[in-house]
Design a protein around this ligand. Structure first.
Ligand code: MG
Length: 468
């Protein structure tokens, strides 16, 4: 079996790179026709309130709305961290970033001069699925290390196409000043590379067509791999500032340029779903749509909205880490609104379970197999959410309640405030975290303190990748 798997991995790599002459092997690749395909569509910095079906009054998202009405709208779905690099590390590894060295107080994300990245021995969703013959592609923003040893191709992805870090990096001296360059951007202000596998194919990347080109690449990958199980990680660079959209979407939205950008992302989702249907794959493909963190509020109307949630990107109020999440799988998911608690770290164990991958037991996972919730067959395995800001737990949710042990504005120079006693909110009654009920529930506070203490004791120090 091991030999077979190795052969399959080799074949998978060749096929996804578009190498011809091995098409007759396709039939053999259908050894496991029951294996589902997985697609994660990740927006960058989109807020909880930026989608029609999540309550935005003027941004039109007919495709996301339809995806939710045919599938499931998840209203208590979280990320591992409120900024890009640690959030993505958590999503792809199923582990808190503090366990992989992918978070830091000094540098909150990786930068073009960073020397670190996701360590070689970390297993990603892609590398896990490859052990059972999946074709894998990462299209879009990576942000887990741009040096070859950390790049998507080193972490289980057969194919990579995208900008390896944030689209506001590699800023040039052409820009008037940072704020001006972001609010009135031109592609040449940010000389970010566009890469195909390890090769830079365009620099600066023409960001005006980036959403469109990611989408076309994704559709090409779906078509090329329709005969075998695949995992597509489509991590859009938008709507992270500076905002860019194609000409067809300019001045379309009542919500201004930010709305134009979201409406183009919505078009992209529609194209992906259409492609699945056209290729007869919609009944065998789980599609997950979410965002890596909340809206970047300091950019005013060019940042998004967390709707009724407090806070945004960078912080541990709900708006920073609760994301507009939609799951779609024609004929498999009972349509509806799912209020159970889950996180992006649950995707790895869930996909592994659905693809019959046995995960190595030499590490701690922070994710759970949430397929019982997806299919309505059982109870939510997740009880607790840890809200990390960099390397510290700032808050904990258990069930209805959330305790803030530390609070701090998302950005700016204001230092952290230790909350003793912690602030306590009932998130079902008060999702906006406005009414502190700590004095009414001392037992809940005591339980939260115990959970925190136990959790902290289980975290080992590892090499920090963001400070290298
Ligand atoms: Mg982000």
């Amino acid at each position: 079996m091991r030999i077979l798997n190795t052969q399959m991995l080799a074949i998978t790599g060749l096929l996804s790179l578009g190498i011809t002459g091995v098409r007759n092997i396709h039939a053999a690749e259908k050894l496991n026709p029951s294996k589902p395909n997985f697609i994660i569509i990740l927006a960058d910095d989109m807020g909880y309130g930026d989608v029609g079906i999540f309550g935005h009054p003027t941004i039109k998202t007919p495709n996301l709305d339809r995806m939710a009405s045919e599938g499931q709208k998840w209203t208590n779905f979280y990320v591992a961290a409120p900024v890009c690099t640690p959030s993505r590390a958590g999503l792809l590894t199923g582990r808190l970033p503090v366990r992989t060295g992918m978070c830091s107080e000094k540098r909150r994300v990786l930068f073009p001069d960073s020397k670190g990245g996701l360590p070689e021995n970390e297993m990603t969703i892609a590398s896990a699925l490859k052990t059972t013959g999946y074709a894998t592609a990462c299209i879009g923003k990576w942000h887990l290390g741009h040096l070859p040893q950390y790049a998507p191709n080193a972490h289980g992805f057969d194919y990579y196409f995208g900008i390896p870090y944030s689209n506001d990096m590699d800023a040039t001296s052409l820009k008037p000043n940072r704020l001006e360059s972001i609010l009135n951007p031109r592609p040449e202000y940010f000389i970010v590379p566009l890469m195909r596998n390890s090769e830079i194919i365009e620099r600066p990347a023409d960001q005006t067509t980036i959403t469109k080109r990611y989408t076309l690449e994704a559709i090409k990958f779906i078509k090329q791999n329709k005969q075998m199980p695949f995992f597509l990680y489509l991590a859009h660079s938008m709507p992270h500032v500076p905002l860019f959209r194609s000409r067809e979407f300019e001045n379309k939205s009542l919500r201004g340029v930010y709305g134009d950008v979201i409406e183009e992302l919505d078009w992209s989702v529609g194209e992906i779903l259409k492609s699945l249907k056209e290729n007869g794959l919609d009944e065998n493909t789980l599609v997950v749509f979410t965002s890596d963190n909340g809206p970047w509020l300091v950019f005013q109307d060019q940042g998004g909205s967390a709707g009724l949630l407090s806070g945004g990107k960078g912080g541990t109020w709900e708006g920073g880490m609760r994301e507009p999440t939609i799951m779609h799988w024609t004929g498999k998911l009972k349509p509806g609104v799912v209020m159970d608690i889950a996180t992006t770290m649950d995707l790895l164990p869930t996909f592994a379970s659905l693809a019959h991958v046995i995960l190595p037991n030499d590490r701690i996972y922070d994710g759970y197999d949430i397929s019982p919730v997806l299919f309505g067959t059982g109870k939510d395995p997740r009880e607790v959410v840890y809200y990390y800001r960099d390397t510290q737990v700032y808050a904990i949710r258990k069930g209805d309640y959330k305790a803030h042990f530390i609070t701090q504005p998302e950005y700016g120079s204001e230092i952290a405030t230790i909350q003793d006693p912690p602030l306590l909110f009932n998130l079902n009654i008060d999702p906006s975290e406005k009414h502190n009920v700590a004095d009414q529930f001392p037992k809940v506070i005591a339980e939260m303190e115990k959970i925190l203490e136990k959790h902290r004791a289980g975290i080992m120090t590892v090499e920090n990748q963001l400070e290298k």
